[in-house]
Ligand binder design. Structure first.
Ligand SMILES: [Zn+2]
Length: 126
């Protein structure tokens, strides 16, 4: 399987992650206009944060599965940050979402539009 270059990924216009695309629903405890407005604002703020990421669960550069038991996601040195274990594409594993005290744990690849470079992949193991 080939590894797509960052230039090709930027040209591909990949979708940005959103609350909907990662399956994050905001439910209101009581259905009032005020609560719906609060939920809408939270979704808007989280969607804005998620603009820096593209939809998983596969690596956009090499199409390797990132999440799950056999996923290739590998933690990096910086807190919450990691990479695709096959090609080194940058992935964030922990997300401090606006309005939440808990950290969302989901390996989301960075959107190509926010990257200046990606590590050169190491040669494939023989
Ligand atoms: Zn990869």
């Amino acid at each position: 399987m080939d590894i797509t270059s960052l230039a090709d990924l930027k040209a591909a216009d990949l979708p940005h992650a959103t609350c909907e695309s990662i399956g994050l629903g905001i439910k209101v405890s009581e259905d009032t206009a005020e609560n719906r407005a609060i939920a809408k604002k939270m979704v808007s703020e989280i969607d804005e944060y998620l603009q820096s990421f593209t939809v998983g669960p596969t690596c956009p550069a090499c199409d390797t599965e990132l999440a799950g038991l056999c996923g290739s996601f590998t933690w990096g040195l910086a807190s919450g940050e990691g990479l695709c274990g096959r090609c080194g594409y940058p992935v964030r594993g922990h997300h401090p979402l606006p309005g939440f005290t808990n950290i969302l744990q989901e390996p989301l690849p960075y959107h190509p539009s926010v990257l200046k470079s990606v590590p050169e992949p190491e040669s494939e193991p023989v």
